[in-house]
Design a protein around this ligand. Structure first.
Ligand code: FAD
Length: 475
């Protein structure tokens, strides 16, 4: 899809709607690739960044949503370096990388070497108190189970139960994955979220066998299997918080490009380009348009002009989450918290999805002697909690943390963030749906979509979607 107004010429004016990381990456890429183009970035809020926001207050550095990003996809690291922020990249504290999992209201370390869905080491699985002897036997049986010959997508729950048994699913994989995707695992697509595990089954016959082969290859190459490369750990963040990525992107855009507090209410094809109307009733014509809003917003905007595309976009469901961040004096917390955080299985019946020991993961995020904890609630497990008033939410979370981490007294600092309808749900069949959306969008000249609803929810995937949208429109 090329949005040229005349054959061979670049679009002169491009509108980008939505200034989260996807829209900012798109606008920035246009400036990088075609500085002669005029770019206009519309954002309905009074600030840039969408869900990404860092608060600096009372000596604390608090991420209100995303905390770090993965390095196994290159687009985050590449952008950070192009923006001159390479020196600010930082890894999680190597002394505190393990994750705990809740069982009967107590926290136990995840078996060492358990990577998202499969074990790389047998002994920690054999001795973990998180699984029963029967659950362990069933997991070990995976080695001998023949691979499925069915190519179709399946839910993460069905896949993990089929390969590793119900206990590994309920006690380890469900809490780990639902903490990341805020999703219902009975609906979450294996192929759209963690396709490499299907690949492992296909290629090696078993996940355990595949993991062991990876370990052997990694050992032969002299590196750890859970490291993505020689220079960076699997996840990185920025010293001054992820808002510094937003600020650096904004600084690269022409001043006049950004329209904050501007809600786009209507878009329609116009003379080979697109007309964009804002809430104040202003309307302007552009040669090309990138919709980098959540897909449910894009669905509403496109409904009058592309009903089928709009219907597909509306078919991507969203869940919301809330994050409660609290600080305590170190002496108020009994649990030693030697780790990055904890995840909570659904069967525990806790209001919490996961907790992050922020001041352990990144020691500069709290003043000396203080402990900073971020707690996630909501998602598909408890959708109503994403918008629960703070007066109810905070005591609920505090009560739970008191019991699990042995906290006495109240927080000395606290901030909450609510993110309703922000996490797209990649349900079984998502890859087909996303491909259909791309085809339908491709049939509309001068239009591209970007955002977390299509090819990945993480920051690097969002950056990639924005940069690809820009490249497409520029031909
Ligand atoms: C709580 C939480 C924790 C997360 N943790 C991580 C993590 O640790 N690591 C990671 O990699 N990812 C994480 N993610 C995912 C990642 O942060 C998001 O997927 C990504 O930031 C989404 O960016 P986006 O630009 O696509 O969407 P958004 O950030 O939602 O931006 C869309 C923008 O469009 C604007 N908009 C909407 N409608 C209109 C309109 N009509 N007119 C103008 N503007 C409009 C909105 O105001 C918004 O600014 C997390 C997400 C959440 C919610």
């Amino acid at each position: 899809m090329i949005a040229v107004t005349e054959p061979g010429s670049l679009p002169k004016r491009i509108a980008v709607v939505g200034a989260g990381i996807s829209g900012l990456a798109a606008a920035h890429r246009i400036v990088e690739l075609a500085p002669q183009c005029e770019v206009r970035l519309f954002e309905k809020q009074d600030r840039l960044g969408g869900v990404l926001a860092t608060v600096h207050e009372e000596g604390y550095q608090v991420e209100l949503s995303a905390d770090n990003f993965i390095t196994t996809q290159p687009w985050g690291l590449e952008l950070v370096k192009r923006l001159g922020l390479g020196a600010e990249l930082m890894q999680t504290n190597p002394a505190c990388r393990r994750t705990f999992v809740m069982r009967k209201r107590r926290l136990y370390p995840l078996p060492d070497g358990f990577l998202m869905m499969a074990p790389t080491k047998m002994w920690p699985m054999a001795v973990t108190p998180v699984l029963s002897p029967l659950g362990k036997l069933r997991a070990g049986f995976e080695y001998f189970l023949p691979p499925s010959r069915d190519d179709r997508d399946e839910s993460m729950a069905a896949f993990v139960r089929r390969r590793l048994g119900r206990e590994v699913f309920e006690r380890l994989v469900e809490p780990l994955v639902s903490g990341v995707y805020a999703a219902d695992m009975e609906k979450l697509s294996l192929l759209a979220t963690l396709p490499r595990f299907r690949e492992m089954e296909r290629k090696h016959g078993s996940l355990i066998r595949a993991m062991r082969k990876q370990m052997q290859a990694a050992r032969a190459a002299g590196r750890h299997v859970d490291q993505s490369g020689a220079r960076y750990s699997m996840f990185v963040t920025l010293q001054r918080g992820l808002s510094s990525l937003i600020d650096a992107l904004a600084a690269r855009l022409p001043k006049a490009a950004v329209r904050l507090g501007t809600n786009v209410v209507r878009v329609e094809p116009s003379g080979g380009g697109w007309r964009v109307e804002t809430g104040e009733g202003r309307s302007d014509r552009f040669d090309a348009l990138i919709l980098a809003t959540p897909s449910h917003v894009a669905a509403g905007l496109l409904k009058p002009v592309a009903a089928e595309l709009s219907g597909d976009l509306a078919g991507i469901e969203h869940e919301g989450t809330a994050i409660v961040t609290m600080a305590f004096e170190a002496s108020q917390v009994k649990h030693p918290m030697h780790g990055a955080g904890f995840v909570v299985p659904s069967i525990e019946g806790s209001p919490i999805l996961a907790g992050s020991f922020s001041s352990r993961k990144y020691t500069h995020r709290a003043p000396e002697g203080k402990t900073l904890i971020r707690t996630f609630v909501g998602g598909a497990r408890a959708p109503e909690m994403a918008e629960m008033p703070d007066a109810e939410l905070v005591p609920l979370v505090l009560e739970e943390l008191r019991e699990v981490l042995g906290i006495s007294g109240g927080p000395i600092y606290q901030v909450t963030a609510h993110w309703p309808r922000t996490m797209p749900q990649y349900h079984v069949g998502h890859l087909d749906l996303a491909a259909r959306i791309e085809r339908r969008c491709g049939a509309l000249a001068g239009l591209a979509l970007a955002g977390n609803a299509y090819g990945g929810v993480g920051i690097p995937a969002c950056i990639h979607s924005g940069e690809q949208a820009a490249a497409k429109l520029l031909g």
